[in-house]
Design a protein around this ligand. Structure first.
Ligand code: TPP
Ligand code: MG
Length: 255
């Protein structure tokens, strides 16, 4: 953690639970960088998370009000708080499994209602904490603890999903695109509506080791190769795009 961001951390928490090479630590850093650039006081914000490695990003680390809730239920808790105290900026930070698999129904209905929440999904394409089971974000063919012959099903395109349901803003970036991601986090916080960020975050322990990416560096390299901008994507054919992840900001009229 950069020295100037340490003021946002609870002094009694001395380390993180993240494995070496986990992208969640980078995302934690970038969320705090965005808040620092906005110069927002922590007292004006509440961070809500569910259960999973990603849910540990705000809690117990952020020196702010945090709600560490139930698996899949971060959005209902966040909605309740926002209704009770509309002046509070309510930010949900949780995992792909938590927000989009078990919690998928809450996600689409909060988007449909355009509930003013900023939702940041730390997407490692797997259930990391519980041993690497397949998630609704796992790519076709992915080897996981529950798809030992390869995942058969298409993953959700999370940005299209929430925009189709009614979200005002959705963006996708990888932790390997830190500057764009900081800008997207700031935008997601500033828009007073339902906003969503799909943040690709490597999980070397559960995803990488099963899918021929033996080191944390390998996973980062693969993400850097796979993630392309919308502009680059617009110049590519369907076959070339099949193995790529399109990153950028998306809005409902383009969905
Ligand atoms: C009702 C319920 N079902 C299942 C679990 C077990 N569980 C805890 S975390 C988790 C998966 C979390 O995955 P994700 O949100 O993607 O976070 P990651 O660990 O990958 O960062 C599961 C299945 C639980 N705690 N509660
Ligand atoms: Mg996950």
């Amino acid at each position: 953690m950069p020295r100037d961001l340490e003021k946002y951390l609870r002094p009694e928490v001395k380390s993180t639970p993240f494995c070496p090479g986990c992208g969640h630590g980078i995302l934690m850093n970038l969320i705090l960088r965005a808040i620092d650039e906005l110069q927002w006081p922590m007292e004006k914000m509440l961070f809500v998370s569910g259960i999973g490695c990603a849910a540990w990003i705000p809690s117990p680390h952020f020196n702010a009000d945090t709600l560490h809730t139930l698996h899949g239920r971060a959005i209902p808790f966040a909605t309740g708080v926002k209704m009770f105290n509309p002046d509070l900026k309510v930010i949900v930070v949780s995992g792909d499994g938590d927000l989009t698999s078990i919690g998928g129904n809450h996600l689409i209905h909060a988007a449909r209602r355009n509930t003013p929440l900023a939702v940041i999904c730390a997407d490692n394409m797997i259930y990391g904490m519980t041993g690497g089971q397949v998630a609704s974000t796992s790519p076709v063919g992915a080897l996981t603890a529950t798809t030992m012959e390869g995942n058969r099903y298409r993953p959700f395109d999370l940005c299209r999903l929430v925009l189709g349901a009614g979200a005002s803003y959705a963006a996708r970036y990888s932790v390997t695109q830190p500057l764009s991601l900081i800008e997207a986090i700031k935008k997601a916080l500033l828009v007073p509506a339902f906003t969503f960020l799909d943040v690709l975050s490597p999980c070397p322990t559960q995803f990488g080791r099963r899918n021929r990416m033996d080191s944390a560096t390998d996973m980062l390299k693969v993400l850097m190769e796979k993630c392309i901008s919308r502009e680059e994507a617009s110049r590519m054919g369907k076959d070339a795009l099949a193995d790529k992840i399109v990153t950028g900001e998306f809005s409902d009229d383009e969905c």
